[in-house]
Design a protein around this ligand. Structure first.
Ligand code: UDP
Ligand code: MG
Length: 324
């Protein structure tokens, strides 16, 4: 599908009936200022309040609005993904529907993309000035941890206000709660990422959809992301290495014990080290076979999904008629 318009604004909506009219007005006025063709994609993630009715009335009054209604509540990541799959714009901007992000910042992000950046992330700089221990510290810790583990340094992984060049997002598949890791995943296909300070406004209507359990889920997703980013195309290199170390330790201990038994007449039947040696060897063997199985799975995965192990930015070649 060739992009036909300049800008797609993608917004996930879950039980936000009171915020939608103002959201639409603000996005519209922000986009008008930019003087570009645009569409607004609102993805209704199985809302149970009156959101759908409000969305319908907004769509009826504005043909630039496209509504995608998911069958049930699939979660924010899935809602964003549905938006990405259907976006027709050259540049894609995401934001929350609870008005915490300020649509007036869209212009800032778009300008950065047009300067040549592939991905621009909002940084809610002045958020949580007050609640240092309950809010700011956990957020600082999470961003520090994610930055260090993924090696993509950002100050605000949690901000949904982001802008992408179309090709970037098309090469990324999202699962679980992974929308927040898009920059880290995108970095592996070689994109330029910048962060710009954006406005943050506390939610007025409705309430946050997440509780404390989010931290645990985000942490587990971080593990998955780390593993996929570092080893998904070469599992044997990590499992194999662990297997070899473990197996070698087992063999060395075993040899020492055998030497003692054969040449020094020391009984080894009641030595805990014997158990350890056997354990290390078995575990080592299993790690190596696990790595080999991983290699098979990686091949099956890449081939069945036609996913390449590389991503092309651009093809520069002559038209076929010129080379004949
Ligand atoms: N959201 C969604 N599906 C969900 C949960 C949230 O589409 O299952 C949307 C929600 O409507 C909002 C955005 O994702 O636009 C962020 O949600 P929320 O404001 O609850 O998160 P927080 O700001 O507390 O991180
Ligand atoms: Mg919010």
């Amino acid at each position: 599908m060739k992009p036909t318009i300049a800008l797609s604004i993608v917004v996930p909506v879950y039980n936000e009936e009171k915020n939608l009219h103002r959201l639409h007005e603000e996005i519209t006025s922000a986009c008008r200022k930019l003087d570009r063709t645009y569409e607004i994609i609102l993805v209704d993630d199985g809302s149970r309040d009156g959101s759908l009715g409000v969305l319908r009335s907004i769509q009826a009054s504005d043909p630039r609005v496209r509504i995608f209604r998911l069958r049930k509540n699939f979660g924010q990541t899935a809602a964003l993904s549905a938006g990405f799959d259907n976006a027709r714009g050259e540049i894609i901007v995401t934001l929350d529907s609870d008005l915490e992000n300020d649509p007036n910042d869209i212009g800032l992000l778009v300008a950065k993309i047009e300067e040549g950046c592939d991905l621009v992330c909002g940084w809610r700089k002045d958020r949580w000035k007050k609640h240092f221990f309950s809010r700011r510290l956990p957020s600082l810790t999470a961003n520090w941890l994610i930055s260090h583990i993924t090696k993509v340094r950002l100050r605000d992984y949690g901000c949904t206000l982001k802008a992408f060049r179309r090709e970037v997002i098309q090469n990324i598949k999202l699962y679980g709660e992974m929308h927040r890791f898009i920059p880290a995943i995108a970095a592996t296909i070689g994109v330029t990422i910048t962060e710009v300070p954006v406005n943050f406004r506390p939610r007025i209507h409705g309430k946050s959809k997440y509780g404390i359990s989010r931290s645990i889920r985000v942490f587990l997703d971080l593990l998955t992301v780390k593993f996929l980013l570092s080893y998904s195309t070469r599992p044997l290199q990590i499992f194999g290495l662990m297997g070899l170390i473990s197996g070698a330790a087992g063999v060395i201990i075993g040899l020492v014990l055998s030497y003692q038994r054969l040449f020094m007449q020391v009984g080894i039947g009641n030595r805990p080290l014997l158990l350890l040696a056997i354990l290390l060897m078995v575990v080592g063997f299993q790690f190596v076979t696990m790595g080999l199985l991983g290699e098979i799975m990686v091949r099956a995965y890449h081939e069945s999904s036609e996913k390449r192990i590389y991503v092309v930015r651009e093809v520069i070649e002559s038209e076929p008629s010129e080379t004949e």
